[in-house]
Design a protein around this ligand. Structure first.
Ligand code: ADP
Length: 540
């Protein structure tokens, strides 16, 4: 027996149809790759997305074909996204910050048939095209006036393609379990692996993300996803904003603090989302200029741990930091650090102790921590173990069956080591591969970094384990000073004294001009571990 309700498949094009019907004039504002600021709205973008669907059909694309994008966050990228999945295709967002070999690997692995790309990437695509084995059409996301005069590619012009199609092109009526998007993890170890989102998983995730204790998004929200669409779907914002009828603001190819700041103030952005590095840059910019952030009252920060000092600084500016934890494999939302009545009642210092945690699971995300034998550990905020997750927007297997070892008994192993506390907050102790094993005990590199980044004059901190003859591994701390600041080993160690357990004290502190980052803005610890493999600690 079934319930007697209608079967209304959860398809991503229904999100943009909703936005176009109920919020037609709500704006989508982008900094374009051509230069000027561009304004459009949900109704227009929906019509143009249907034109993209028509253009793809005319090029011979079939449902389930992978169509790639190599593009920044702009209205054209949003249209392409909805147009691709709206004709039944799979929108494969490629991260342009990956190594060139990785880009070629994933385009070939996905068997992409068309590539939509921005003006920024013409040279890159010209260089890689001979190695792309399956791409039949190259579509440049621009108008006729900006098409390059000379190029080795057989280029199609996006605006010309759209002009030939109807804004009433029908959407594809596919099952809700059909694939809609594809995103590869950044693959710091081994080849990148593909996560293939379904229509259903994306729609459920968008609905969940709008909720009050998640992003609290509605028609009055003005949202700026600085997180790129190629990094775990810009944390779902192009879907969520359509679902909520929010105004969507996008920074195109610009990530420098002055440009982001100007956009936030000019467009009355009240919610912006980005990795900690971006907010770190913004903090330094505000410190230098004395400016404030206009109407911005919330920042959602995730991808790496959010340092306590960052939460405090933005609190003083009237901007509430919502820490997020998630993964490409989780569409990406797993936890959000919004408060509950129990935390509201705490003194500020205690609240901060909770807010540095990664957050509580939202409805739709089940979590548990287990020991090495797979035995579930208590949710007491102390026991830590491998964090396993399951839910309707969490990966069930990687594309083409890669990485099977990450799945056990219907749960996905996140590769994170975490605690769960009685209030439901999850805290990451470390990436399993980054923990420092010192004399049989664990040192959390994340905890150490969080404290170290609060030291006077320190802009960024990174801790890695380095071989030690007696303890096996000991922490080495690398710090980058803020512009013009003087930082020494002694000044940092003096700051850490009393703030961390004595035996966690790094065996050495190196002041470095910069630190390497991954294609998604995380500290590239594999590279640092290689670089300091033979480093001799003064304590050794
Ligand atoms: P990548 O492709 O770079 O691996 P993901 O964003 O999918 O990109 O990476 C997910 C991982 O990022 C998580 O498993 C976790 O280790 C880390 N991460 C994400 N958010 C946080 C956070 N708020 N605090 C600490 N680590 C985080």
């Amino acid at each position: 027996m079934h319930g007697t309700m209608q079967d209304w498949p959860l398809l991503v094009w229904k999100l943009i149809d909703h936005a176009a019907i109920y919020h037609p004039t709500r704006e989508i504002v982008s900094l374009s790759c051509e230069g000027p600021k561009h304004r459009t709205n949900w109704a227009t973008v929906r019509g143009r997305a249907r034109q993209v669907a028509g253009a793809l059909r005319r090029l011979g694309m079939q449902p389930e074909d992978r169509i790639a994008t190599l593009a920044w966050n702009t209205w054209r990228h949003v249209e392409s996204w909805y147009g691709i999945s709206g004709m039944g295709g799979v929108a494969h967002t490629i991260n342009p910050r990956l190594f060139e070999e990785q880009i070629t690997y994933i385009a070939n692995h996905a068997e992409d048939r068309v590539l939509f790309f921005d003006l920024t990437f013409v040279k890159l695509v010209e260089k890689l095209a001979p190695q792309f084995k399956t791409i039949e059409h190259y579509v440049l996301l621009t108008d006729r006036a900006h098409m390059p005069a000379e190029t080795s590619l057989n280029l199609l012009c996006y605006e010309d393609l759209l002009a030939a199609e109807s804004v009433d092109e029908p959407w594809a009526e596919v099952p809700e379990t059909a694939p809609a998007g594809l995103c590869y993890t950044s693959g710091t170890t081994g080849h990148p692996k593909g996560v293939q989102y379904s229509h259903r998983s994306n729609v459920l995730h968008a609905m969940a993300a709008c909720a009050t204790d998640v992003f609290a998004m509605g028609a009055r929200t003005v949202v700026l996803p600085i997180a790129p669409m190629y990094h775990a779907n810009a944390w779902s914002i192009p879907y969520t904003a359509a679902c909520a009828g929010a105004k969507l603001v996008m920074n195109g190819p610009n990530f420098d603090p002055p440009t982001l700041h100007k956009l936030i103030v000019e467009e009355d952005v009240d919610l912006a989302l980005a990795v900690p590095t971006i907010w770190l840059g913004m903090m330094q910019h505000l410190e230098k200029t004395g400016e404030t952030l206009g109407k911005l009252n919330r920042t959602a920060i995730g991808g790496s741990a959010v340092p306590r000092a960052m939460i405090e600084t933005y609190d003083k500016l009237g901007v509430r930091v919502l820490q997020l934890w998630g993964m490409t494999e989780m569409s990406p939302l797993g936890t959000v650090g919004t408060g509950v009545p129990e935390t509201d009642a705490m003194p500020y210092g205690d609240q901060l102790n909770i807010r540095v945690k990664q957050g509580r699971g939202l409805f739709g995300v089940e979590m548990k921590i287990v020991d090495d034998d797979g035995k579930e550990l208590p949710r007491d905020g102390k026991a830590f173990g491998r964090l396993l997750v399951r839910g309707p927007w969490i990966v069930g297997s990687y594309f083409k069956g890669d990485g099977a070892s990450a799945f056990e008994g219907g749960w996905f192993d996140t590769g994170d080591v975490a605690t769960l506390d009685p209030l439901g907050y999850m805290q990451i102790v470390d990436r399993a591969k980054d923990v420092i094993k010192s004399g049989g005990e664990w040192v959390s590199s994340i905890d150490l970094e969080n404290v170290a980044v609060g030291a006077p004059g320190v802009a960024e901190a990174c801790v890695i384990g380095v071989h030690h003859p007696k303890w096996d591994e000991r922490p080495l701390l690398l710090v980058v000073p803020k512009d013009g600041a003087t930082v020494t080993k002694e000044s940092v160690l003096a700051y850490l004294d009393g703030r961390i357990a004595k035996w966690w004290t790094p065996d050495d502190v190196l002041v470095v001009p910069s630190l390497p980052h991954t294609a998604t803005g995380k500290l590239l610890k594999t590279a640092l571990r290689d670089q300091y493999r033979d480093y001799k600690l003064p304590t050794a």
